[in-house]
Design a protein around this ligand. Structure first.
Ligand SMILES: Nc1ncnc2c1ncn2[C@@H]1O[C@H](COP(=O)(O)OP(=O)(O)OP(=O)(O)O)[C@@H](O)[C@H]1O
Ligand SMILES: O=P(O)(O)OC[C@H]1O[C@](O)(CO)[C@@H](O)[C@@H]1O
Ligand SMILES: [Mg+2]
Length: 490
């Protein structure tokens, strides 16, 4: 039976101001679905594990630091296997799609979804969708099994291919329906998760028994709620190689500047963590922290001072930093990629030139080496810790779909696997909060100026609270659907 309504947030309230931001379930719109015992109960690996099945009332708090008398606050449903499942193994026809930019670990997630479905739940029919969302309707599918995916985690990229743009909801859901697919695993960033949310709504509207599951992927770490995205650690590690090279070059030349540009459109997490990890960086510039070039307290004066003190320096710049400065001196850019994301101009080249011009003007010798490793840090295979992370994410995603949950993103919150409703993932972007402790730690580690006056700080605090930065085709992210609430008394 199809439901005419779009889904509303499912909120459960409990004692002590407990709030569960729950995820949808197939029985919300297909109440008569049969259940089956979880086949894991007969699996020798799991039957010995005490309390292997997750209790239906288990949840994970969003904020781990709480005040003694404060409210219990928002929680998410704990991920993991359930006693009962809503799919028989033979009935499952799953598909996996990867969308957006590359990220280390994509192949590991694909591999582990296939392995979890096959080894834990005995699923035999799994399809890869070729080349992102448009692959649902414009390309042939790729059959997947444990053999096909056996060693793909050792390779960077995605064996399924990826793309931007091409999200046609009707064609995608028609393709899912026509092929008889009933579990859809969608791996991608903020734009992809918005696309997944729309697919879920259309599937629900048509009343289909199809679980739609998102797995968050973003090298920029710009997805909110989750602790961090898979591949992020690998990218930070890979960035060290560029920073090391920049440091060697800088040290070996008279007044050497090693200048590294890293990814990060609106979120400077890679630059921030790569700087904190390296210890060789003198200045880190990110989109969230405004800076200026000329005059007292400006970047150029700081560079001159540091060179006079140390004879060399390393600068790390996130690609989205200083875009406002650059656009003042250049024609403004309105170009967008196929997904509607603004295409940025190369701030690294522009800033390098500005630094060179300044030192020419003050007649001081300086040697600047510009290193742009952008794609190199995301095209590598994931490291050991990301591989473990990808495995847990994939297993959690599969357990949730088998248990009938749908319309959720599988994610790590405070070190625990959870199911997060789409609206929380897509409502805003995760940014470095420059009024937070982590940025202060960075400033004290590099000993760079903040380039901010008290007025900028208070404006920044205000802006962080009010305006999330959003990307993508329909990125308004606002939620105006009133929540469905129910009370629990326990
Ligand atoms: N608001 C939206 N509604 C439906 N589909 C969307 C929306 N935003 C983006 N998409 C689709 O999601 C896919 C990926 O989006 P995008 O290129 O923005 O990458 P992403 O998932 O944000 O990953 P990243 O930015 O980390 O590389 C594209 O196919 C795009 O068409
Ligand atoms: O050139 P592409 O593939 O569009 O990707 C570039 C963008 O992708 C990201 O890595 C996000 O995935 C951004 O940091 C970067 O601007
Ligand atoms: Mg994105």
């Amino acid at each position: 039976m199809s439901s005419p309504r779009s889904s509303k947030p499912k909120i459960v309230n409990g004692p002590g101001d407990y709030i569960l931001q729950d995820v949808p379930h197939l029985i919300d719109y297909l109440p008569d679905l049969p259940t089956y015992p979880n086949p894991l109960q007969d699996n020798p690996a799991y039957s010995v594990v005490k309390q292997y099945f997750v209790d239906a009332d288990d949840s994970v708090p969003e904020k781990i630091v709480v005040h003694k008398d404060g409210p219990r606050g928002i929680h998410f449903r704990r991920a993991g296997p359930r006693q009962k499942v809503y799919f028989e193994s033979d009935e499952v026809h799953a598909c996996i799609v990867t969308c957006g930019g590359l990220c280390p670990g994509l192949n590991t997630v694909i591999r582990e979804i296939v392995s979890s479905l096959s080894y834990m739940y005995g699923v035999k029919r799994i399809l890869g969708i070729d080349g992102g969302y448009r692959g649902f309707y414009a390309k042939n599918t790729i059959p997947l099994n444990s053999k096909v995916v056996n060693d793909i985690h050792k390779r960077g990229g995605t064996i399924l291919g990826t793309s931007r743009g091409g999200h046609d909801t009707t064609k995608i859901v028609d393709s899912i329906q026509d092929r008889g697919i009933n579990q859809v695993y969608i791996i991608g960033g903020d734009g992809t998760q918005r696309g997944a949310s729309v697919i879920f709504e259309e599937i629900r509207r048509r009343g289909l028994k199809v679980a739609v599951v998102g797995i968050p992927k973003t090298i920029d770490n710009d997805i909110p709620v989750i602790d961090k995205s898979f591949g992020f650690d690998t990218a930070v590690e890979e960035a060290q190689r560029a920073i090391n090279a920049a440091h060697v070059e800088a040290e070996s030349n008279e007044n050497g500047i090693g200048f590294v540009k890293l990814m990060g459109r609106y979120s400077g997490f890679i630059a921030m963590y790569a700087t904190l990890a390296s210890r060789d960086v003198d200045c880190c510039l990110i989109p969230e922290s405004p800076f200026y070039l000329e005059g007292e307290g400006g970047l150029l004066e700081f560079i001159e001072r540091r060179l006079k003190e140390n004879g060399h320096m390393v600068i790390v710049l996130a690609e989205g930093a200083g875009q406002d400065l650059m656009s003042k001196s250049m024609e403004s850019n309105t170009l967008k990629d196929a997904s509607g994301n603004k295409l940025l101009k190369d701030v690294g080249l522009w800033l390098s030139q500005s630094i060179k011009d300044y030192f020419k003007k003050i007649k001081m010798v300086m040697n600047l080496k510009y290193i742009d490793p952008t794609y190199m840090i995301r095209a590598v295979p994931s490291n050991a810790s990301d591989n473990v992370y990808c495995t847990l994410l994939a297993q959690s995603a599969v357990h949730g779909a088998m248990a009938g949950y749908t319309g959720y993103t599988s994610g790590l919150v405070n070190g625990r696997q959870t199911y997060i409703p789409y609206y929380r993932i897509t409502e805003k972007q995760n940014n470095v909060v420059i009024t937070d402790r982590m940025w202060a730690r960075l400033l004290s580690s590099t000993n760079q100026p903040s380039f901010l006056g008290p007025k900028d700080v208070s404006e920044e605090k205000q802006e962080m609270a009010e305006t999330p930065h959003l990307d993508g085709a329909n990125g308004d992210g606002a939620i105006d659907i009133p929540p469905v609430t129910k009370e629990i008394t326990k």
